[in-house]
Design a protein around this ligand. Structure first.
Ligand SMILES: *[C@@H]1O[C@H](CO)[C@@H](O)[C@H](O)[C@H]1NC(C)=O
Ligand SMILES: *[C@@H]1O[C@H](CO)[C@@H](O)[C@H](O)[C@H]1NC(C)=O
Ligand SMILES: *[C@@H]1O[C@H](CO)[C@@H](O)[C@H](O)[C@H]1NC(C)=O
Length: 209
């Protein structure tokens, strides 16, 4: 959908072109640059549209996939989202801030595909880093899990065999109000928010153009 602003610009451009044809004027370099800039922006929008259209269709007829957007170097890409596993350890609230500092947020893991990417990277990093903060907590209302963008939890990956989340109060009366993902098993656990863990940050992939 073309936004009204772009539509107006296009309209003005068409006007300019007609004007030019009728008057045989030539644009000054400055006008030419402005003109090309608008055309480029329109083509970028069109590229994005077509690329997304291609991607959603290609899957259905097993045509080769192409990427319309990309992640910064070192980040994992899953569809149009980027993930970064950071191994320095902080409590939940500091981890929230650390992700914000790099223009991201604590990870909102909603698909098996995302968990698989996290597991692969977790195993590559290995060492003592098994559990990573994800952006999920129930510190506002016990039992009501919310993501850091305040959306409600829909698909969950708790370790149900261990009856997670269990708000285990053995570490303190506040229980366990924040969630980590076990990068080896793809399962979630609730843990005390003040414990130090590494974290997974997430942000949207940027368009290639
Ligand atoms: C792709 O296939 C799925 C399931 O067969 C269908 O729901 C979806 O609309 C299709 N997508 C496109 C873009 O045709
Ligand atoms: C709570 O955690 C403690 C220490 O890790 C453990 O011994 C205990 O079994 C846990 N309680 C429940 C209900 O899982
Ligand atoms: C988290 O860590 C920061 C920095 O060490 C500290 O200021 C803050 O009080 C901690 N928050 C919690 C809830 O433990």
């Amino acid at each position: 959908m073309m936004n009204p602003m772009k539509a107006t610009v296009l309209f003005v451009l068409l006007g300019l072109m007609v004007h030019e044809i009728s008057c045989q004027e030539t644009r000054t370099p400055k006008e030419e640059v402005a003109f090309l800039k608008v055309r480029l922006d329109l083509m970028k929008d069109r590229y994005k549209q077509l690329c997304n259209q291609y991607s959603s269709l290609a899957n259905n007829c097993s045509a080769p996939a192409i990427t319309c957007n990309e992640c910064p170097a070192g980040w994992l890409q899953v569809k149009d989202q980027c993930f970064l596993l950071n191994t320095d350890r902080h409590n939940f609230s500091t981890s929230v801030e650390k992700c914000k500092d790099i223009g991201a947020h604590l990870a909102i893991l909603t698909t098996r595909e995302q968990h698989e990417a996290v597991e692969k990277e977790g195993r590559r990093i290995a060492g003592f880093h098994i559990y990573y903060w994800i952006g999920l907590s129930d510190s506002k209302t016990e039992g009501e899990w919310r993501w850091v963008d305040n959306s409600a939890l829909k698909t969950s990956f708790w370790d149900v065999q261990r009856s997670e989340p269990d708000n285990n109060q053995s570490q303190g009366p506040e229980g366990e109000d924040c969630a980590v993902v076990d990068s080896y098993t793809q399962n979630w656990y609730d843990v005390p928010c003040e414990f130090p863990y590494p974290r997974i940050c997430q942000k949207a992939a940027s368009p290639l153009l």
